[in-house]
Design a protein around this ligand. Structure first.
Ligand SMILES: Cc1cc2nc3c(=O)[nH]c(=O)nc-3n(C[C@H](O)[C@H](O)[C@H](O)COP(=O)(O)O)c2cc1C
Length: 230
């Protein structure tokens, strides 16, 4: 009897517990509570999904070099007899990180100013193309070429035209610069346009001898205006 009583007590306890847990299960069976459980699972999945799918994708994009937008190198080519244009060329090269190339003739010009005036005038009258002593290596690697020269008789020295006509300027950007006593580019820009066919010619910089003391500032301002300051 005692044993039967114990069994009855035990069964009563089991039913009571079952009743308690049955309340929870009826509440979990409520349709409105199920999405809250199931929605938390996808949201934690959602947190992981973008992290694992986006990172490799953005890595893949950044590691693919786009050759069509790769920039070429910059060259500063200059002719200078007494050093003024060379001074400007060196500042431009330093500011832009460009390579320097001196346009120089096989036959050297005289050191005498008055004799040079005559020689230069004669070359211009003959539309001469004096032979140059060196060539630019890796021309194809440059897409921007600064070309500098002094004003000689209101034009560029003829050696500058030899230089321009020695290379293919198609799809190159040409940026002229000049020094003079007072005449600036003179009529040289027309000649440059003809001799560097195919080039896109940007706004140049011309400084008189009197302005050379302020060359660094003027070059910086000019390059900024072109968006070319390194
Ligand atoms: C042969 C020759 C012709 C020149 N003709 C002119 C000219 O027509 N107008 C002018 O303003 N300066 C003229 N100049 C002065 C130079 O353009 C000026 O001194 C220039 O800054 C020199 O540059 P460089 O030192 O790079 O050679 C001439 C100089 C020389 C040597």
């Amino acid at each position: 009897m005692k044993k039967l009583f114990s069994v009855l007590i035990a069964m009563t306890m089991v039913f009571s517990l079952a009743a308690c847990s049955g309340g929870n299960s009826s509440s979990s069976g409520d349709a409105s509570s199920e999405p809250s459980v199931s929605s938390s699972e996808p949201s934690s999945t959602n947190l992981e999904t973008p992290a694992s799918s986006e990172v490799p994708e953005s890595d893949a994009f950044s590691s693919q070099p786009d050759e069509s937008t790769e920039e070429g190198e910059t060259l500063v080519a200059y002719f200078s007899w007494s050093g003024n244009t060379q001074q400007l060329a060196e500042i431009i090269a330093q500011e832009t990180g460009a390579d320097l190339f001196e346009i120089a003739t096989v036959t050297l010009y005289t050191d005498d100013y008055n004799t040079l005036l005559d020689v230069a005038q004669q070359e211009q009258g003959e539309d001469a193309r004096p032979e140059l002593n060196a060539q630019v290596e890796n021309w194809d690697s440059y897409d921007t070429i600064f070309v500098g020269y002094p004003n000689w008789w209101s034009d560029a020295p003829m050696a500058v035209y030899t230089f321009l006509e020695s290379y293919d300027f198609t799809r190159k950007t040409l940026i002229p610069f000049n020094t003079s006593a007072s005449g600036g580019f003179g009529r040289s820009l027309t000649g440059i346009e003809e001799s560097a066919a195919g080039a896109t010619i940007l706004e140049g910089l011309d400084l008189t001898e009197g302005e050379l003391g302020d060359a660094q500032n003027r070059v910086t301002t000019w390059l900024d205006s072109l968006g070319l300051n390194g």
